[in-house]
Design a protein around this ligand. Sequence first.
Ligand code: PEP
Ligand code: MG
Length: 579
Amino acid sequence: MEIKKGTGVSPGVVIGTAIVLDAEDLVIPKRHVPTDQIPAEIARFQDAVAVSRKELTTLRAETLAKYGKEIAGIVDFHLSVLKDKSLLKQVDKEIETVETTAEYAVSSVMRRYAQQFSQMTDRYFSERVKDVHDIEKRVLKTLIGQKHQDLTHLTSDVVVIAHDLLPSQTAALDRTHVKGFATDVGGRTSHTAIVARAMGIPAVVGLGDLVGHVSGGDTVIIDGERGVVIVNPDADQLAEYREGQADFARHEIELRELIDLPAETLDGHAVSLQANIEGTTDIDTALYNGAQGIGLYRTEFLYLKMGTEPSEEDHFQAYAEAINAIEGRPLVIRTLDLGADKYTQAQLASPERNPFLGDRSIRMCLHDIPMFKRQLRAIMRASVLGDVRIMFPMISTIMELRQAKMILKDVTEELEDEGVPFRQDISIGMMIEVPSVALMADQCAKEVNFFSIGTNDLIQYTLAVDRTNEKVAGLFCPAHPAVLRLIRDVIRAGARNSISVSVCGEMAGEKLYTLLLLGLGLNIFSMNGPDIPEVKKIIRSTTMEHAKQVARRVMSFDSERQVMHFLREETRKIVPEAF
Ligand code: PEP
Ligand code: MG
C-alpha cells in the first residue's frame, strides 16, 4: 500500500482498477550487441514490425468503419511507412554496423527519417513528423514488450494513471469506462483537470512519480477532494473510502434537487449559469446539470480529435449538432485556441522555446488566414440555426482584435456574394485572459459585444506561473489580490460600457469564489457542467447585499491567504457543508 499526495482537481472518490499509460518519451540507451547476437536482434526488429503492421491493419478497418476514409488515411500513412523496404533495411543495417539493439537502431533511423519530413516546406509533409514519432513509439513499445494502451476500446471500468494526459489522448477517450484520473504532472487548470471536471469524475494531478509505483491491474483509490491516491489499499482504507464514496453520492443527490430551480439570490437577483464544453458529447452532462447555455465551446478539440485539420464542413456539422442539442439556449463558439498545452510541442517541426508565450490561439489563426476563414465561414453558416455567438481567444492587443474582426467581415462578404445566409447581427466577444487587455478593458469594450474572462490564462500571465507545471502549482491562485483587481476592473468596465461579462475559467466553477464573483457584479458564470449545482446552491443561499459586502472586504486584503480564509468562512456560514 502506497499513499501519494498531489493536487485534487476534481472532487469525488473512486476505487478502481488501474491502467497505466507510460511517459510520452521512451528513453532508449545505446547498448553494444556482440556480433553473434546481431541476427537475433534483426529478427526481433522484424517481428516487432510484423506485430505493429497487424495492429495497424485492425485499427485501419475499425477507423474506416467508424470515421470514414479520410481518417483511415492517417493509418494508411503509418502502414506505408512500415512497409517501406528501404527504411526497414536501414534499421537492419544500423543494427549490423553500429552493433546495437533493435530499439536503439529503430529510434535513430526513425528520428533521421522524421527530420527529412520536418525539412519539407509543404505543411502537409512537415506535419507528418508527428506521425513518424507515433510509428517509432509503436514499434518501440512492441520491442520493449509494453502493450500499446488503447483508450478508445475499453471493455471494463478503469482509472487512468499517466505521466501526463495529452489533449489528443483525452479527446479519443472512451469516456463511459473511465472513472478517474491520476497524473504525475499538471496543475488545477491543466487539461486533465478540466476534462475530469467536465466528466464529473475524481482526479488528482501533480503526484510526482506515480506511474513508477502502479502497475496495470492494481487497485487504486483516487480522492479528488483531498488530493490523495492510494495504491493497493488495505481493508481499513477500503472501508473508509467506501464510506466517503457514499457521503459524496448522498451530497450529489441533494444537489440534484436544485437542477430546475433558477440561479437566484434570496433577494431575487438572477444570474446565468452556463457550461463549458469541448464537443457535443459534453452537452448531455451540461444540460443534465441545469446549464442555461454554453458559455464556452472549446473548438480546438475538433482538431485534436481528428488529428488533422477539419474541413469547413466538419466544423459546420459539429456546430449544427451542438445547436440542435442545446435547444435554443445560447452557444458561444470560441475560435481555435490551439498551441501551448493544446498541441504537443514535440510534434512540431521546430518546437517553441516558450509555447505559452508563443504562436498560440488567435496568433496562430492570424498566421494562417485560410484555416481561420474555414472556421469562421462554418460558424457564420451555423449562426442562422440558433443563438450563436462568436468569441476570439487570447487577444493581447487591440490591433489583433481588429484584425480578427476584419477577417470575419471578409468572410461575411464572401458569404453574402455567394448568397449563403448568416446572422447579420451576430454577437462578437473577446476573451480577457492577458493582463494587457484587462488593463485596457474600457477601450476593448467599445469594440465588442461581450467579454469573457479566461481566468486560467489570466492567472498564469498575471502571476508568471505556468498553469500546467505542478512544481509551481502552489503559486497558481485565483485569490491573488492582483488577479482579483483585474477581474473587478473588467467587470466594472463591462458595466460602464453596457456589455455583458462572464467568467469562463475554472474559477467560475469553484465554490470558494462564488460569493466574491457575485458580489463583484458578475452575471454569467460558465463552468464545467458538474460544477453548476453546487455554485447554484451558494447563490440561492445568499443575498446580493451579503455578496457585495464580502467582495468589498475581500478587495481590502493584501494576501491570497487572507482572501481564501475569509471566503471559506463566509461560504460556510451560508452553506455549512460546502467545506
Ligand atoms: C481560460 O484560459 O481561462 C480559458 C477558459 O481557456 P482555456 O482553459 O481553454 O485556455
Ligand atoms: Mg485560455
